[in-house]
Design a protein around this ligand. Sequence first.
Ligand SMILES: Cc1ncc(COP(=O)(O)O)c(C=O)c1O
Length: 404
Amino acid sequence: MFTEIEFERMKKLPNYVFAEINELKLKARRNGEDVIDFSMGNPDGATPKHIIDKLVEAAQKPKNHGYSASKGIFKLREAISLWYKRRYNADIDPDFEAVATIGSKEGYVNLMKAIVSVGDTVIVPDPTYPIHSYAVVMAGGSAHKFELKFNEKFEVDEDDFFEKTKKALKEANPKPKYMVVNFPHNPSTATVTPKFYERLVELARQERFYVISDIAYADLTFDGYTTPSIMSVEGAKDVAVETFTLSKSYNMAGWRVGFVVGNRRIITSLQKIKSWLDYGMFTPIQIAATVALNGDQQCVEDIKATYKKRRDILIDTFDKAGWKMDIPNASMFIWARIPEQFRHLGSLEFSKQLLVEAKIAVSPGIGFGSYGDEYVRIALIENEKRIKQAAKNVKSFFKNLEKK
Ligand SMILES: Cc1ncc(COP(=O)(O)O)c(C=O)c1O
């Protein structure tokens, strides 16, 4: 009905590639099949007890039941500021340089809505967490992409990165006003050094663009790697904001708690747009989030240890099954190159076959951008026993494929 009335913005949003895999997964499950699901970065563990206890306690108090503060209650913004001081020795003013968001995805999308004008260009390296580019599209801008290069240890080729950034600044029309970076990277798990951010801040100053950094996986690091933050660089707040989430570090994905800090002009714009859009998270959630950030961080260590163990088991058992993968030192994913003999299938077809034949769900790399098509992303959200079962399924799947 009324098809002459076009929903222009909807036309710019593609159907989610992951939806195809999801549909196959649901179909298989409906047929009673046991699908081992590595497809989504959705933590399977419980939120630590002291955080839940605080939520329950705060929820008992009637004064916490009304509309909350859209930019976050002061105590939470203060906890965010202390978190940055402790971790990154960065000074964040809780009033003007921090905003709590309803998950970092909401924060990021509304941030883009607040600052990107129709026709603007934003540099987003490819592959990418899809919303990093589609939030730009939804705001009326366009994403200028280049391939993110990294080595077998998933270390970003930083010289290549800056060369391509400079080229994009010269060639993209109009000249990009913003750049999105995300390290540890989803989907590739790639990481950067502190020096990377020093170079980025310097370049942003010279070339006059803002940086939006997403460190969602900052806590999930292994083998001695620690995640740097752009906020540690002197003068970063002149040119950058950074987003973080409690979803991964504290198994709180369903709670929807994130935050953005940094440049005052951008943060106050986000606070302003949010004041028109929402009344903030339920206050007891904000109180519990404050406890998560201020409290004992052993729970984060435990969550990290779980992912590390799963990473090691998966790499080992899949290797024995005939699928050799490089070892990531951050995030909750493995960015697995499709074995050479099956690479010609492309990541979507390979993922579909993996699901139908081996009962394993993964995310096809193409869903993250054209440079992702030789890979699939495996989220470490199944337990050790099921990882081992998955390796067995893979082994027989490969054998059958080779026979065909
Ligand atoms: C890089 C990255 N940023 C942000 C998010 C969204 O996190 P949140 O749950 O806070 O919306 C994700 C979720 O997977 C992610 O991978």
